[in-house]
Design a protein around this ligand. Sequence first.
Ligand code: AVJ
Length: 315
Amino acid sequence: MIETFKNEVKKGLEANPKTLPSKYFYDKKGDALFVEIMNLPEYYLTRSELDIFKNKTQQLIQTFDLKKDTYFELIELGAGDGLKTKELLKKLDSQNFKFDYFPIDISANALHLLKEDLNTAIPNLSVKTQQGDYFEVLDSLKESKKPKVILFLGSNIGNMTDDLASEFIYKLGANLLAGDKLLLGVDLIKSEEIVLPAYNDSKGITAAFNINLLDRINRELKSDFNLNNFKHQPEYDEKDGVAKSFIISTVEQSVEVKTIGKTYHFAKGEKIHTEISRKYNDELIEKIIENTDFSIENKIMDSKGYFADYVLIRN
Ligand code: AVJ
């Protein structure tokens, strides 16, 4: 784990332009900052998808095309606090659907809290928490042959390049049977005035979230990044629909990473690319699933048209 982290940091800091992988945002402090981000007024994504789960639940359920007398499995990739999913679970439960809910997450702690919360909120519900890697868990669930609905919400796929997203969805399909569904929640392409503030909030929480990556490298890889000499900078281009986050070196400086045994030089104004947050439209989604075994069954949007939950069917 720490070896992979070290190798990826080394590779990123030796690349030109420099990069660091966004998956390393999520240590204990990063998790807490992300929870704060989700509650920011500027971060519309969570509220938009919650609007869908609260007010378009019946449409979602209809598209899943489930029989009330057939057991199915509802599997969530990266369940987190389950805020949105709980709305769906409540409706499925009250309409007497028969199913098990399998929340998958890397964080055992998040899963423990989610299970406790759901046990109180929906006592009847069968919650089978699965800690670990998505594909390892899916592989173990393949055996059951029960109809499956997979949830991948929150525009989490947006951190992947389109090629990686295609590959990811293709691999999901390989773990499913014909007729199974994939609910893919994605942020839609919209104007800079709406998107950019979501990644540059006025309280500086997103900045702290981004810069925490350097703090994590300091702590875990024994480096001496001076956090005062770096700043957060988001960029968004409505034409291609990609939001990017950078860390900018505000002065010329050198930083030693002890466990790598190297010193890295930064020019004044030099950028480290840390994240992409892709925004989508129908054309992009169609392109991404083109070489997978899925097709689009339905697209359900929030009332503002900011966010979409695409229901894909495994052919
Ligand atoms: C969790 C990947 C959906 O890209 O919008 C929030 C992460 N980064 N603010 C996103 C994030 C900066 C978020 N996702």
